[in-house]
Design a protein around this ligand. Sequence first.
Ligand SMILES: Cc1cc2nc3c(=O)[nH]c(=O)nc-3n(C[C@H](O)[C@H](O)[C@H](O)COP(=O)(O)OP(=O)(O)OC[C@H]3O[C@@H](n4cnc5c(N)ncnc54)[C@H](O)[C@@H]3O)c2cc1C
Length: 389
Amino acid sequence: MASGPRIAVVGLGSIGAMTSWQLARRGATVTGFEQYSPGHDRGAHGGETRIFRTAYLESPDYVPLLQRARALWRELEAETGADLLHLGGVLTIGSGATAEMGNIRTSVESYGLDVEELTPAAARSRYPQHTFEDDDAVVLDRDAGLLRPELAVLHAGLRAETLGATVHRYTRVTAVEPDDRGVVVRSDAGEERFDHAVVSTGPWAMELLERLGYAAGTIHVRRPVQAWFPARDPSLFRADRCPVFIRLTPLHCYGLPATDGSGLKLGLSYEDNLPVDDPRALDRTVTVAELEKFRDTARRLLPQVYPDPTRVSAYMEGYTADHHALVGRLPGSDRVTVLAGFSGHGFKLAPAFGELGADTALGAAGTPPIPQLDPARPLGPPPGDFTVL
Ligand SMILES: Cc1cc2nc3c(=O)[nH]c(=O)nc-3n(C[C@H](O)[C@H](O)[C@H](O)COP(=O)(O)OP(=O)(O)OC[C@H]3O[C@@H](n4cnc5c(N)ncnc54)[C@H](O)[C@@H]3O)c2cc1C
C-alpha cells in the first residue's frame, strides 16, 4: 500500500497515464481522474499509431529527452508485456534548405545519432512507395519508428493501478482549487483534498487552466485528420519494408504503415487542421475539401496507394503559440503541476514527460531539461505557420 504524498492526476491520457505510472513507481498515493477510460480514442492519442523519432526536426534540444523516452518505452513494455514501440526507422524527405532538415543535421552531429543519408536515386530504388525530386534530401533515422498510442495509455494506466494507484473512470473533473493546505479536486465523484494535483487534460486543458490563471487561448485546439489508403501491392507497405515517413516539401505530410498491413495511414500539416472552438462540441465530419487535399497528396507523392481512402478519422490536439508544451509547476503555486499543450509532437515523449511530471509533483525535479517548456514563459496568440507532428 502506497504511503507517499497524496497526488491527484487529472486526465489519464497520453501524459497523465505515464505520470500516474511514474508517481506510483515512486511510492506516491496516486488518484487518477479520467472522463472516459484510459486508452480511449477521443482525445489526442487516437488513431492506432504515432511516430517516434530521435533526429528531431523541431529542435536538437529535445534529443536527450527523446533518448530517455525510448528507454522508458522499453521499461513500460518490460513491466506490462505489451508490444508498444517498433523501431523500423523514419524517413524524412524534402528540400535540404528547410529549417527542419537543419535541425535534423544538428541533432545528428551533436549527439552522434544513427542515420543514413540517401541520394534520390538510391531512395527511388529502395523505396518505390514514394516519388523523389532530384534535389530532395533523404535521411533515414534508424532510432525511430512507430508507437501504439491507445495500447500504451491503457497499459500505463493499468500498471499504475497494479502499483497501487486508484483510477476513477468516467469521472470528469470540474475544478482544481489550490489553497494553503493543499488542493481540492471537484469531480462527478464529489470533492477530495490532495497534497498536489497534476493537470494533464490535453485538448480540454483550458477548461481548468483558465480558472488557474492562464489567459484564454494560451492553448488553442486543432482537429488533425488521418486517412487510411489501401496499397496497390500491400507487401510494399509491410512494416519491415516501409519505414514511417515525414515529407517536408513540396507538401507537408507524414505516413505510417497501417497496422493491418493493408496500406498506409496519412496525415497532413498543422495548417490543414481545422481550429476547434469547443472541444466538447467537436464535429468529426471530414469535409470533401479536406478529403480532396488527402487525395491530391496521395496522387502526387505516393504512387503505390489507391488515392481513395477507405477510412478517415478526426482527432484533437492542444497547441501553444510556440508549439512547445507547458511542463512544470503552475506559476505562483507549489500545489499544481501543469502538463499541457503538447502541440502535435508529444506522444513519443510521453513517458519522459510523465517522469518529469512525477518528479515535479514530488518536488524532486531539477532544472527543466528544455527551457522552451517553461510553463511561466510569455506566450502570444497562435501564429499558425508551424509544420510539426
Ligand atoms: C492525429 C494526431 C497525430 C499525432 N501524431 C503524433 C506523432 O506521430 N508523434 C508524436 O509524438 N505526437 C503526435 N501527436 C501528438 C500527441 O499525440 C499529443 O501531443 C499527445 O497525445 C497529447 O497528450 P495529452 O495527454 O496532452 O492529451 P490526451 O492524450 O488527449 O489526454 C488528455 C486526457 O484528459 C482527459 N480529460 C480531459 N478533460 C478532463 C476532465 N475535465 N476530467 C477528467 N479527464 C479529463 C481526456 O479524456 C484525455 O484522456 C499527434 C496528435 C494527433 C491528434
